[in-house]
Write a protein that binds this ligand. Structure first.
Ligand code: PMP
Length: 583
């Protein structure tokens, strides 16, 4: 049944079936299958039960869905297709010419049939500072942030010089480079963790961290939280049904792996109770402290309680700071929330643009990789058992040089005598204070604009990570068109959602980003891609956050029993306009 549910979920999300058909199928399922289907949709869309926080304002407008297009919308789309074709002709021509040999799942991400002529990746020619240039001669302000890798802008001279120098020295892989000693020491200093391991990717870092946890505790299960992403490894990929069971996350993934994962609700007190109750089986708790897909949810108190429980029960706590590490503060979210996990995984920014992952942690756990240190002049030997670890390119000198250059630059820009503890300080000159504050100002202005225009959009942010969120709707034609129009207005985003500012963005760039967002939305409003919702559709409120709210964000209790009304509520939320159909 799960495969069938996968297919149904996929059809509902990609809106390949009519509302009536979706409703009919849903109603024909057993209660268990309904719950599974809802879980699958939740997992695929990234919607969690913690949808929004306390309300700031209600929204009157709703984004148009592709199933509600009228003649004038279609005419606008047709005109846009012609304009876009003239704007990026070479990028578009690359698709039919080259897409057979080049396998890329990203190509079909968020594909909407009604505008598929607009759906293709841009071919870049080069990138420099805050900009990317495409092969058609267009220059864009890049807020895609290279999926979170980029903090100093493209081609930051300090990184380019270090990599060029490393390249000139050749790329020997078997021995060590001088740089790896300096790099691991500096990463230790910046993150506060005793010992540091380089891996080839973030996925691998998380995989190794869970292996350490299992080896340390001799327990099996990894507890993690709904809504997080921890990379591609089967060890951490599972979703949760409404009864709390873990399900294999998709084709090719085994239920046997999912059975070793406990998927819990993030920020929910009940999850803490479950961890306490199953402490004997839990090898490690893996957390993405601020989930990049749900940035508005920063359950600091919950994390503190989780830290206490995991200490008490001797369960290693792993923070996956792949995106937040060196982004919001050098340590990541843990630096802002003042919570120290046992093990942290990093990997985007520290690679400086080259592929890497890092596992950093206390000696007690990291010794499980190499057995711990020993001396030449006595009879000492590695003390602990060792988990399996390898990786041809884990210590590749090019990326280690890039990592060291990035770390040195971060340290330099932290400014030794500044207050480096308040990363949103308006007065401090440290790089995070400046970058985070500038992002906050930009977000504030845009959120204000959305409120003034009754737009159902809000931007969530954490440090210089931010994300546009269409409230009460999942990816539809209006959102897709907004990103196309932003590109035509000179701003490059990432279709996967996360956006970033870098230190290379000037005030003028930020102003231009703001203008591009406003201009794109203005056009969509004029062309009728937002409509005034009937009152009964106005169910949700927008949560516009501030760093202060972040600190005060409290854990909420959620109902756990599955009632009919809950199913109805989720059904309304997920298959978003079934309600209108019913009427
Ligand atoms: N953890 C988190 C929180 C991530 O965001 C990612 C990647 N976006 C990963 C792990 C996996 O990293 P990689 O893509 O380098 O394997």
């Amino acid at each position: 049944m799960q495969t069938l549910n996968n297919e149904i979920a996929e059809k509902i999300i990609s809106k390949k079936i009519e509302k009536k058909e979706a409703m009919r199928i849903f109603d024909s399922l057993s209660e268990t299958d309904k719950l599974q289907l809802i879980s699958q949709i939740k997992s695929l869309t990234g919607i969690t039960d913690v949808v929004n926080g306390n309300g700031a304002t209600s929204n009157r407008l709703k984004p148009l869905d592709q199933r509600d297009l009228e003649e004038h919308h279609r005419a606008f789309i047709q005109k846009l297709i012609t304009e876009y074709e003239n704007f990026v002709p070479k990028s578009k021509a690359n698709v039919p010419k080259n897409h057979f040999h080049f396998v890329d799942q990203r190509r079909n991400f968020h594909l909407i049939k009604e505008i598929k002529q607009l759906h293709f990746q841009i071919t870049y020619e080069k990138a420099e500072g805050a900009y990317v240039h495409d092969i058609d001669g267009n220059k864009y302000i890049d807020i895609s942030g290279d999926m979170g890798v980029n903090i100093f802008g493209h081609k930051a001279p300090v990184i380019v010089d270090a990599v060029k120098a490393a390249l000139d020295r050749g790329i020997p892989l078997a021995g060590y480079s001088e740089t790896i000693h300096k790099a691991t020491k500096l990463i230790s200093e910046l993150t506060g963790h005793d010992r540091v391991l380089f891996t080839q990717s973030g996925t691998e870092a998380v995989m190794v961290a869970t292996r350490i946890a299992r080896a340390a505790t001799n327990r099996k299960k990894i507890a993690l939280f709904e809504g997080a992403y921890h990379g591609l490894s089967d060890v951490v990929m599972a979703m949760r049904d409404m009864q709390g069971n873990s399900l294999a996350a998709g084709p090719g993934m085994l239920q046997e792996f999912a059975d070793q994962i406990i998927v819990l609700k993030y920020g929910d007190e009940e999850s803490l109770d479950i961890i306490e109750a199953h402490a004997d089986e839990i090898a490690g708790v893996l957390v993405e402290p601020v989930q990049s897909r749900h940035i508005y949810n920063k359950p600091v108190e919950f994390l503190r309680e989780l830290r206490s429980i995991t200490i008490e029960k001797d369960i290693p706590l792993i923070f996956d700071e792949m995106i937040t590490g060196f982004r919001v503060s050098p340590k990541g979210a843990q630096g802002i929330f003042n919570i120290t996990p046992d093990i942290s995984t990093y990997g985007k920014i520290p690679g400086g643009g080259l592929p890497t992952g890092l596992v950093a942690g206390s000696q007690k756990y990291m010794d499980l990789i190499d057995g711990g240190t020993w001396e030449f002049d006595d009879d000492s030997m590695p003390k602990s058992k060792r988990v399996g670890m390898g990786g041809t390119h884990s210590q590749n000198p090019l990326k280690v040089a890039s990592a060291y250059a990035t770390m040195k630059e971060i340290k330099r820009q932290l400014r030794e005598n500044e207050d480096n503890t308040n990363y949103y300080s308006e007065t401090s000159d440290c790089m995070y204070c400046k970058l985070n504050t500038r992002t906050m100002r930009m977000v504030e202005e845009l959120n204000q604009y959305f409120i003034e225009h009754n737009l159902p959009i809000t931007i969530d942010f954490f440090g210089s990570l931010f994300r546009f969120r269409y409230v009460d709707s999942y990816w539809g034609i209006t959102e897709a068109l907004m990103f196309i129009l932003m590109r035509m207005n000179g701003v490059e985003t990432n279709i996967q959602g996360n956006c970033f500012l870098t230190t290379a963005h000037t005030d003028e760039d930020i102003r231009n980003v703001i203008d591009a967002v406003k201009k794109s939305l203005q056009m969509l409003m004029e062309e009728g891609f937002f409509y005034i919702a009937p009152t009964e559709e106005l169910e949700e409120e927008v949560f516009v956050e501030t760093p202060i709210a972040v600190q005060q964000n409290k854990t909420t209790h959620k109902e756990t029993s599955v009632s009919n009304s809950q199913i109805q509520q989720l059904k309304d939320l997920l298959v978003k306009d079934l309600k209108r159909f019913n009427q």
